[in-house]
Design a binder for this molecule. Structure first.
Ligand code: SAM
Length: 245
């Protein structure tokens, strides 16, 4: 049996690939990729040609895993995803699982992982964190999950589509208005930006500048259970008590 290499690839900037990743991509005969056109761009950029490409997606991964196991009998295979680390909010784990079941050696080649990239530059507490990935589609489930992550009390990291960033921030504002939030956009790309503040600050900024809502996003949240002190209501309450007494 040959080896299965699990290779992390850039999340934007094509220079973010390791020497080891390039060495392995050069040496293998077969590359399993989500979107073969996508990986071809990377290979072309680095002058790597003549590889057999096998595509895999969530819907056909089981079947492709069987095919790749056959190939692995006499050829090394590199597994890549469209961006970042395969198997993380991306397909691939079924192929790795099957390879492990067959006793095939699986070798990780580390590199970019958008959540870690965002966290490293966020300035949020990072001694302990939870990687959530994408929230469920259903609003009630999203809210329930967010409540759970907020209660844990440490930094959590979400992947979010541009269409839902505002929606998620609004739910967050409702559940934990004092949370410290960092929205990391287009990491490693030309329009890389970080929006930092309470949920309301970032909502206002994005609503005033809808053009900023294009691209890829990571949302990082450090929950903050401090209560917002509403001085007016405290004064009114005090007055009422005084009048009663
Ligand atoms: N496997 C990838 C990884 O290692 O991070 C994640 C793939 S997942 C299908 C794609 C999501 O990751 C995007 O919707 C976005 O939330 C996040 N992402 C990927 N690249 C990004 C980037 N350059 N800037 C910000 N977020 C990014």
């Amino acid at each position: 049996m040959k080896k299965l290499y699990v290779i992390a690839t850039p999340i934007g900037n094509l220079k973010d690939i390791t020497l080891r990743a390039l060495e392995v991509l050069n040496s293998v005969d077969v590359i399993a990729a989500e979107d073969t056109r996508h990986v071809q761009k990377l290979l072309k950029h680095y002058g790597i040609f003549g590889k057999k490409l096998v595509s895999y997606h969530n819907y056909n991964e089981e079947e492709r895993a069987e095919k790749l196991i056959e190939i692995l009998k006499d050829k090394d295979v590199a597994l890549v995803s469209d961006a970042g680390t395969p198997c993380i909010s991306d397909p691939g784990y079924r192929i790795v699982k099957k390879a492990r079941e067959k006793g095939i050696e699986v070798i990780p080649i580390p590199g970019p992982f958008a959540a870690a990239v965002a966290l490293s530059a966020s300035g949020l507490p990072s001694d302990k964190f939870l990687f959530v990935g994408f929230l469920p589609n259903k609003e009630s489930e999203r809210e329930e999950d967010l409540k759970y992550y907020i209660d844990l009390g440490f930094t959590f990291i979400l992947y979010e589509s541009p269409k839902r960033v505002l929606k998620t921030l609004k739910t967050l504002e409702k559940l934990n208005p004092m949370a410290d939030v960092v929205v990391a956009k287009e990491l490693t790309k030309i329009h890389e930006s970080f929006f930092i503040g309470k949920p309301e600050d970032i909502i206002n900024l994005l609503e005033e500048n809808p053009d900023k809502l294009k691209g890829e996003f990571v949302i990082l949240v450090h929950p903050n259970q401090e209560k917002v002190i509403d001085i007016d209501s405290i004064l009114t309450e005090a007055k009422q008590l005084k009048n009663q007494g």
